[in-house]
Write a protein that binds this ligand. Sequence first.
Ligand code: ZN
Length: 490
Amino acid sequence: MSRYDTVVTNGRVVLPGLSNLAEVAIGIREGRIAAVAEDITASEADEVVDARGLAVLPGGVDSHFHIGIYRPIEQDAASETESSLVGGATSIISYFRTGSHYLNKTGSYREILPEVLGKADGRAHTDYGFHIAPMTTAQLDEIDWMVGEAGVPSFKYYMFYKGLNLAASSTDAAAYTMSDSYDLGHLFAMMETIAEADAKYGARGRVSLSLHCESAELIKLFIERVKNLSLPPLEAYSRARPALSERLSIHEAGVLASEARVRINLLHLSSADSVRAVREIRRLYPDLDIRAETTLHHLCLTYDMLEGQGLGGKVNPPIRTRHDVDALWDAVADGTIQWIASDHACCLEELKQDDLWPAQPGFGGTALLYPVLISEGYHKRGLSLERIAQLVSSNPASAYALYPVKGVIAVGSDADLALIDLEREQVVSRELLHSAQDHTPFKGVSVRGWPSVSMLRGRVVYRDGEVVAAPSGAFLPRPLSGRRQAAVTL
Ligand SMILES: [Zn+2]
């Protein structure tokens, strides 16, 4: 019997705390990393994965995802996690809420969460968890159960749903959220409840609230203003949801969170002003645990780049300007932003057509998680591979109670790996991305640095542009640390 099931040899490996790549082999047994050493030989393993010429990074943790928002969960869970493997992401955490879209219903999460898990079961190509948005007062009472028993220690509030008439679509906020009171009062009560759950369960893993920071009242005003200007649609959309709206919401979130003492994550920062606001509230509330996220598209695209390409790039918060892109990269470099995710939502072109205002927001990007970071971060801006591994793997894993089972190449961790060809250059096309989405706003962007192989719990699941294994992704009940790590005997 061999000592290891699999050994990954000849690669240059990103290890925590090491700024240089290490020329070590990785021995894998029963899906976990059993050894990281120079002297492991191929003969000690049943299977050898040759990583010659490749950089070996921990599998990406794409922590902002929307499985089943516009299509059945069963379909998205299969096709969209396949897309994740292309970008080296081996775990995703998807948002789910009651209300419009998704299952298009409301009710108790004790009933609905098992239904969601049942629909995803056996279909995903990556491991996956869920963040849950408590939309109704009754659902607030389920937070303790979700954290303590259901494996969901992270929640979401959408600040711009409050009182918003979702511009020209006929839905009003109450019909959209199917909520009794979706406002700052609901948010504050949610914060208090999550803080209580953190006090009770937080020693096992971080319990937190994620916020979509935009202001409904300001959006309403600015939509009316831009309607009178004849601007290209995505520029109009950016001006209709200005950075001022993000900045105000971030401050509101800071005030309420500092009072409720809840840990918060500020999602998908899109603008120079939003970055400024995060720095401001960190100064105002130095004891508060405030983490910040941005997305691949906000780091890569501008509305000028997308002009004349239709509404495929409509997303909340909007794609903005080169000035904002540069400010976000500065915030990534100086540590203001902790992680980068795709905010992947498979949104078909038929939902995007014709009129700007009713077109559905969102699009996919998970296949570009490592590629955009390597291309724009490592090659163009000199970010180290160690830092990139933090941004797309260890930091989101830590924030969402997956670390160190996920997010790091270390003995005892799951053997989730992205073997990346740093020099491979490809122009993005829809076909490259392996998503069911029939368009991509990243089309035509040249990207240098792509995974050649993605491994999930020790198995090669993606190689050279092809998914090579049946779906083997499992639900990740969080906190993962403790529960599964304890079972490792090495
Ligand atoms: Zn999102």
